[in-house]
Design a binder for this molecule. Structure first.
Ligand code: SF4
Length: 355
């Protein structure tokens, strides 16, 4: 069978060859049911992708029924695996916009550390971006920094490798080119002592800012925007966020009660982190409460009685503490911040993010 189910809208390319491979492995049945979901920016494409998949699979002899998830899915951590039980048995979940999640996915009382059998990840590759322009702009800001590591959000894999190759041809020493998530930077951070600067190729500040925090603001992070080809040093932005985080940490000296928030999305359920924080807090005589939420927001916290909790720690998505609740009127911490606070380690080790 030819593996050529590739959809493009002109800006992004979605390659469904993994689905075809799974169907071939599955064997005789020619009926296929798909539940297809995507993050915010791609939801508008789902109707067209649904048509495309039906036609492409028909050309291979399959009869496909496609169910479209209307609500956006913001990460592989929010995989709609639990919803398959409504759609039916043997349904493939097609998740657009992300690679498989790096952390465990928990469903039905079991946490999976490897990929789930009926789930197909189709990240979507951005086909724009000018390698020449990005490299020229990078060279202007890199100065004497020659040893580099490059992180990228998954849509920009090809562009990032092309930028890395072009930089190598220009005499730069590229130590690593690797994907990042808003909650995962370890692959890059471990290169902190052997590179002069980090580059993040991603739209917006979400990924580059996270890397800046993970590095404690101690290394140069350049953000290269694949949509405008512009490059900037985000040092000031990282320091601004860091100062807000230190301020939140400074409010904790008299905290006596801590709400530990546990996520109920499949990739955000991390009870082991919650238990770890709970044990640290109890050692300090701080009363803890485990609070469960599928979606955490300011409104959800506002429902609580003001005097019941002195602070919160979010074990679901660490970015909630930084991006959404960074200016909440009570300290809302990431797990790493809670650990630094509860072990008096901030002065010893400096800031860490996210765990
Ligand atoms: S940063 Fe938050 S939303 Fe993104 S993958 Fe991690 S937990 Fe999910």
């Amino acid at each position: 069978m030819k593996k050529d189910c590739v959809y493009t809208d002109g800006s992004y390319r979605f390659d469904f060859s993994t689905l075809l491979e799974l169907l071939v492995k599955r064997g005789r049945s020619k009926r296929v049911e798909l539940y297809i979901e995507a993050p915010q920016g791609f939801v508008r494409l789902l109707r067209h992708i649904s048509d495309f998949l039906s036609e492409c699979l028909a050309s291979k002899g399959y009869e496909a029924t496609v169910h479209i998830k209307l609500e956006p899915v913001f990460g592989a951590c929010a995989l709609s695996i639990d919803e398959l039980k409504y759609i039916g048995k043997n349904v493939f979940l097609i998740h657009l916009g992300h690679d498989p999640y790096i952390y465990p996915i928990c469903t039905g009382g079991t946490c999976y550390h490897s990929s789930l059998p009926n789930v197909v990840f189709v990240p979507g590759e951005y086909v724009g971006g000018s390698v020449e322009e990005i490299v020229e702009n990078l060279r202007e800001l890199l100065g004497a920094s020659k040893r580099l590591a490059i992180g990228y959000s998954v849509q920009h894999r090809m562009l990032s490798h092309s930028v890395a190759e072009a930089l190598s041809r220009n005499g730069y020493d590229i130590r690593l080119v690797a994907p990042v998530l808003g909650c995962y930077y370890y692959n890059l951070v471990k290169y902190r002592d052997v590179v002069d600067a980090f580059i993040v190729i991603a739209g917006g500040y979400f990924h580059s800012l996270g890397l800046g925090l993970a590095l404690g603001g101690e290394k140069t992070v350049l953000r290269a925007d694949p949509y405008s080809n512009k490059v900037e040093n985000i040092g000031d932005k990282v320091l601004h966020v860091l100062s807000k985080r230190y301020w939140a940490l400074s409010l904790l000296s008299s905290a006596k009660s801590l709400g530990i928030i546990i996520g109920l999305l499949p990739g955000q359920y991390r009870p082991w982190i919650a238990s770890f924080i709970e044990a640290l807090a109890r050692r300090r005589g701080i009363k803890t409460y485990k609070l469960y939420a599928r979606y955490l927001s300011r409104e959800v916290l506002d429902n609580l009685s003001p005097s019941d909790y002195d602070a919160f720690v979010v074990t679901s998505c660490p970015r909630l503490a930084i991006d959404d609740l960074g200016d909440y009127w009570k300290p809302v911490l990431t797990p790493a911040e809670a650990r630094l606070w509860l072990t008096d380690a901030l002065g010893k080790y400096g800031y860490t993010f996210p765990w």
